[in-house]
Design a protein around this ligand. Structure first.
Ligand SMILES: [Zn+2]
Length: 210
């Protein structure tokens, strides 16, 4: 009996230690990035609404990166009637790197999307051009209908600063647009606010507790 209790204690201690040392995101196996809604077809027109050549380039790079996956096609237009308006805004606070607001049709597909990246937050937290492009890739992922992936190795991980479009994300778009059943029932809009990631946290390793 004593032996059993001792073993049980050891086991509990082991599980506890493992849980303590492993951050939650590392426990989640990267799986196919889920979707929340879709356009009728895997394509959308997009207007980059920015006066800054640098930020136009950030959006354009992210658009090309998604188009290169050949799962979804963003088509650039100058029309304000575009399906997606991609811009810059700091009005939702310095704690957010990006924001996407999607509206749905009465049939439950995506009708219109406003996607923003936040120049002020980028400046405060010293985002590199590549990191800005990654935030733009993430917001475009929302724009085409992807939700967050709980695993860190996805461009759709919520607090993402340094992970580009992954296979799990490409598969997610493929699954989303292969199915005809993806219609939003109920809500008529969806907002995603994506937090900034402080540079020192990017490669942070968990502290060893004794
Ligand atoms: Zn997000």
């Amino acid at each position: 009996m004593t032996f059993r209790v001792a073993n049980l204690t050891k086991l509990t201690s082991f599980v506890f230690t493992t849980m303590t040392l492993t951050p939650l995101h590392a426990l989640v196996t990267p799986s196919v990035t889920p979707g929340f809604a879709r356009f009728p077809e895997p394509t959308a027109s997009i207007n980059i609404n920015s006066n800054s050549d640098a930020y136009k380039k950030v959006w354009k790079t992210a658009i090309n990166d998604w188009n290169r996956t050949e799962t979804f096609k963003f088509q650039l237009t100058n029309s304000m009637e575009a399906d997606v308006i991609a811009g810059t805004s700091s009005s939702y606070g310095n704690n957010y790197s990006g924001m996407t607001y999607s509206k749905f049709t009465s049939l439950g597909s995506i009708q219109h999307v406003d996607a923003y990246i936040n120049p002020k937050a980028f400046k405060i937290y010293s985002y590199s051009t590549k990191e800005k492009v990654i935030v733009a890739q993430h917001e475009l992922g929302h724009a085409l209908g992807l939700s967050h992936n709980q695993a860190r190795k996805s461009v759709m991980y919520k607090a993402n600063r340094n992970v580009i479009i992954q296979d799990v994300d490409i598969k997610g778009v493929h699954v989303l647009y292969s199915s005809h059943g993806n219609r939003v029932i109920g809500p008529r809009s969806q907002k995603f606010y994506d937090p900034i990631v402080v540079k020192t946290d990017v490669h942070k390793t968990p502290a060893v507790k004794r």
